[in-house]
Design a protein around this ligand. Structure first.
Ligand code: GLC
Length: 590
């Protein structure tokens, strides 16, 4: 072995420690653009509205902004039906507004991520117009066209947003496939030209300065070529029940292995673009936590952050149910970065799912404690930081979301979770000077940003505190999670140490075991890595946490870092802790 003297060390011999990618430590904020802030009085939120609220977002402490689709669109599915992937719908602003948004965001260390819909276009996209124009059109094979069944009906039993996912085109005598509404025909990803067209879209937006993409329904790109029927079920499959009402197991329409080929190609296409590799956040629908693993890629070469919806699928506030999901996460995802999602634009808000109006604010704080202390990268759905609740439509005439119209009254659609942001208690909550596209929740008079900024004990100030904590404690961001006990009311866990730098494949590739043996990279941002203990009373009764059962934790003294309620003591020399209804405590070992 040759030895080198200290004075012979040259700069290029030093192997720099790999910095974790920015998104691993970030908190994300989802902006449903229609409902966030209107700037021109048309009752619909827009890009200039977002620009006017960037200071607010910066003061929250978030770093990544995911904006729901703003492309030109007939708005059948509120922007998820895209007519032109290279422009902005005039109701949301102009390209100049978008460019300004990116540059104003950059000044505030905020990164813009956009929604990208690759599975389908609008039926008014020029590709589809050409495709449907004739059986022999040059773009016929860009979509999925099939002959009718023998009886003239749809080719098979596949269903999605509509009862049949096939729509007959009288002119050409064939059916086209659409997992979502008939105005959203599925692209044919077996045609390589589709891939090339979509790569161009990504490059266009990366050049505009976006730092990543939220990939819409990314594991629905392929369907069975033999068109086999999906098995029929008695109930809507558990993992889909929040978003669909189909009574079939979609084994031939969702999660086909071919999706991985496209995702890998897409990731490879992005590699080396920009100063830092763009981040992919994927909406994937899979039956179990374990099924998420393949979406990271066998060499960390697919999606860096597949959405993990399993907590949001839990339909009651129950320590046992949350624990069950978290133990699955620990079993399968402990070496992968994951996400924590409690609400989004497709689900009833978590406050509405888990709380009555009376205990809503307490539950909102409890949920915030969960959101920012789990391993997963937290995603805040706009308005959660003030504890917004759903306001579902009261009559079918009020419904905007076609899903609500199709399934009324069994399911009222997604409007309830998409009501305008509640900024203050003036008319229309400061969202618009015009007439809002959806009725506001009348609770805005009390529940609004302005009031909560002024109240030190508000949900909003609690969010800020927890975000700051997450940013200063590496144990919270990257520590492993250990669940404690099986108490029916109290969910308890410890976050400690730090897992090896993620298996995200950011800047490197390797097998899982290689990642596991990699040394921990140093992170400049913060160095506080003491164990953190989180206690959450998920019941409306008082509960006692008996920490004496958990050695060596019980040997330590603990100090309160954050609490949902005001606390009588900041220090817990022993771990017998009385918790008030819905109380959450974040403690550090002293
Ligand atoms: C995703 C979106 C949802 C939309 C659907 C079809 O699930 O989150 O809002 O309706 O895709 O694009």
């Amino acid at each position: 072995m040759t030895t080198i003297k200290l004075n012979e060390i040259k700069q290029d011999m030093i192997v720099p420690l790999k910095q974790p990618p920015w998104w691993e430590g970030a908190v994300f904020y989802q902006i449903y653009i229609r409902s966030f802030q209107d700037s021109n009085g048309d009752g619909i939120g827009d890009l200039r509205g977002i620009i006017s609220r960037l200071d607010y977002l910066q003061s929250l402490g978030v770093e990544g902004l995911w904006i729901n689709p703003f492309y030109p669109s007939p708005q059948v599915d509120f922007g998820y039906d895209i007519m032109d992937y290279f422009d902005i719908d005039p109701q949301f602003g102009t390209m100049a507004d978008f460019e300004q948004l990116v540059s104003e965001a950059e000044k505030r260390q905020l990164k813009i991520l956009i929604d990208l819909v690759l599975n389908h276009t609008s039926d008014r996209h020029p590709f589809f117009i050409e495709s449907r124009s004739a059986r022999h059109s040059a773009k016929r094979d860009w979509y999925i066209w099939r002959e009718p069944a023998e009886n003239g009906g749809p080719p098979n039993n596949w269903a999605g947003f509509e009862k049949s996912s096939w729509t007959f085109d009288r002119k050409s005598g064939q059916y086209y496939y659409h997992f979502f509404y008939r105005q959203q025909p599925d692209l044919n990803w077996r045609n390589p030209a589709v891939k090339e067209a979509m790569f161009e879209v990504m490059d266009f937006w990366l050049d505009k300065g976006v730092k990543g993409f939220r990939l819409d329904t990314i594991n629905l790109l392929f369907e069975d070529e033999a068109l086999r029927d999906n098995p029929v079920t008695d109930e809507v499959p558990e993992y889909l029940k929040q978003v669909l009402s189909i009574k079939q197991l979609p084994i031939y329409t969702i999660d086909l292995p071919e999706n991985h080929h496209v995702i890998k190609a897409l990731r490879q296409h992005l590699s080396g673009k920009g100063d830092e590799e763009p981040v992919l956040i994927g909406e994937v629908f899979v039956p179990t936590v374990r099924d998420l693993v393949p979406y990271y890629g066998d060499r960390g070469d697919e999606i860096q952050l597949p959405f993990n919806f399993f907590l949001s699928n839990v339909d009651k506030l129950s320590a046992a149910s949350f624990r069950q999901v978290l133990s699955q996460d620990s079993e399968y995802l402990s070496h992968y970065p994951t996400t924590t999602v409690l609400s989004n634009h497709d689900l009833p808000r978590a406050t509405t799912r888990y709380a009555s109006e009376e205990n809503s604010d307490a539950v909102a704080k409890l949920l915030a404690t969960i959101l920012f202390t789990l391993r997963g990268t937290p995603f805040i759905y706009y308005g959660s930081e003030i504890g917004m609740r759903d306001r579902p439509p009261e009559t079918i005439d009020e419904v905007q979301d076609p899903r609500g119209k199709l399934d009324w009254p069994d399911y009222k659609g997604r409007d309830g979770a998409r009501t305008p942001m509640q900024w203050d208690n003036t008319k229309n909550a400061g969202f618009t000077k015009g007439s809002p596209w959806l009725k506001l929740n009348p609770d805005y008079v009390q529940r609004n940003v302005k009031a909560q900024l002024a109240n030190p004990n508000s949900i909003l100030n609690y969010y800020k505190k927890l975000i700051a904590l997450r940013q200063s404690w590496s144990s919270l961001r990257r520590g492993k999670l250990t669940l404690l006990g099986e108490d029916p009311s109290v969910l308890a866990y410890v976050r400690e140490g730090a897992t090896p730098e993620s298996n995200s494949g950011a800047g490197h590739s390797g097998t899982r075991s290689e990642f596991e043996s990699q040394p921990l990279a140093c992170v400049a941002r913060e160095q506080q890595d003491d164990p953190i203990l989180v206690l959450l009373n998920m019941s409306e009764e008082k509960s006692l946490f008996r920490g004496e059962n958990f050695e060596p934790l019980s040997q330590k003294a603990w100090k309160v870092l954050a609490s949902t309620h005001s606390v009588a003591t900041e220090n817990f020399p022993s771990l017998r802790v009385n918790l008030k209804p819905f109380e959450g405590l974040v403690l550090k070992s002293d």
